[in-house]
Design a protein around this ligand. Structure first.
Ligand code: NAP
Length: 312
């Protein structure tokens, strides 16, 4: 390929420079050029992107494909003007490992009643809750893709009864799996801790609504590490306030950063995290991106691209 690679990113300059530094070190022979510094827009065939402005990408007339630095690409998919450009999202195996660790950490937080003990300490209350074995706790995972599968494996190894739901039915050793609407109801009905690792698509938007929370086992909890728009937050607050649900750990929101006046911050049964469950590791992610660039340079091959019909 005798062309340039553009870096189209609307992120802070320190972070952008750090990514550019990784690319320059790993791929000194092929410069990755920030959009604003591109001398020849027509020469660009590949764009590496992080929160790109669609208008910038549309100024690259010979763009063949887009490599996202993030795993979630709904921001790009919602731009119809970019529909014709193949899109590759970040699928770093390290990310799945990091996410599985976060899922285990916050599942244990809920499993061992840490929110309630933290509250009791504030009030100097000495009260022991009944102990439940991990094997008696069903953790339902929504999404059995790269992240969901890694989470299921770690949860199972920790002794939980891990079950999972996806669009197409999966076979996973030691994990009961479900698919379809009826499958979702069946899974929610037996789930103590629900872990959302779904992408945000037209189908998953508001999937976790009042009906879903009512179906969840009484005393159930939610961990949302997928995307904010999958959860109807008003319905979640109702389910927590009514006592049907126990607690929610939320890492992703419709608007990020979560505005200071948002009620979720103050809710006694909600733990708010600032989108930290699985940060992209720039070292391994840049190696993966460079590998993709090299394959393309060598033989014109592109990694697996996002399916625009399903939205992930
Ligand atoms: P993936 O490999 O594409 O897997 C997506 C899974 O969701 C698949 O199992 C898929 O089912 C299932 N799914 C999609 N639409 C569905 C629907 N309508 N009904 C039922 N199941 C559905 O994605 P991934 O790499 O695991 O990542 C998942 C999401 O995690 C990303 O899209 C991103 O939003 C989020 N994420 C969050 C963070 C964070 O820091 N919080 C970090 C990275 C990623 P099939 O298997 O049948 O296709």
């Amino acid at each position: 390929m005798n062309s340039s690679i553009a870096f189209v990113a609307d992120i802070d300059s320190e972070e952008a420079n750090s990514w550019l530094g990784h690319f320059a070190r790993l791929m000194p022979e092929t410069p990755v050029v920030p959009f604003d510094a591109l001398a020849d827009l027509e020469a660009v065939e590949v764009a590496i992107v992080a929160n790109p402005r669609p208008a910038d990408l549309l100024k690259l007339p010979n763009l063949k494909w887009i490599q996202s630095l993030w795993a979630g690409v709904e921001g790009i998919l919602k731009e119809p003007s970019l529909d014709h450009i193949p899109l590759v999202r970040m699928t770093d195996p390290n990310l799945a490992e990091t996410m599985a660790e976060a899922v285990l950490a916050w599942t244990l937080y809920l499993h061992r009643d840490m929110p309630a003990y933290a509250q009791q300490q504030k009030e100097a209350i000495w009260k022991q809750m009944p102990f439940t074995r991990a094997s008696s706790r069903t953790v339902g995972i929504l999404g059995l893709g790269k992240l969901g599968l890694a989470a299921a494996t770690v949860l199972k190894a920790a002794g939980f009864n891990a079950v999972g739901w996806s669009r197409s039915l999966k076979t996973i050793d030691g994990v009961q799996t479900f698919a379809g609407r009826d499958g979702l109801t069946e899974m929610l009905d037996q789930t103590d801790i629900l872990v959302c690792l779904l992408p945000h698509t037209l189908e998953t938007r508001n999937l976790l609504d009042a009906e879903a929370f009512t179906t969840l086992k009484k005393g159930g909890s939610l961990i949302n590490f997928g995307r904010g728009a999958i959860v109807d937050h008003e319905a979640l607050i109702d389910a927590l306030d009514s006592g049907h649900m126990n607690h929610a750990v939320l890492d992703v929101f419709r608007q990020e950063p979560l505005p200071a006046k948002n009620a979720l911050w103050q809710h006694p049964h909600i733990t708010v995290l600032p989108h930290i469950s699985a940060p992209t590791d720039p070292v391994s992610a840049s190696q993966l991106v460079v590998m993709n660039m090299r394959h393309y340079q060598n033989d014109g091959s592109m990694p697996v691209t996002v399916n625009r019909q399903t939205g992930y």
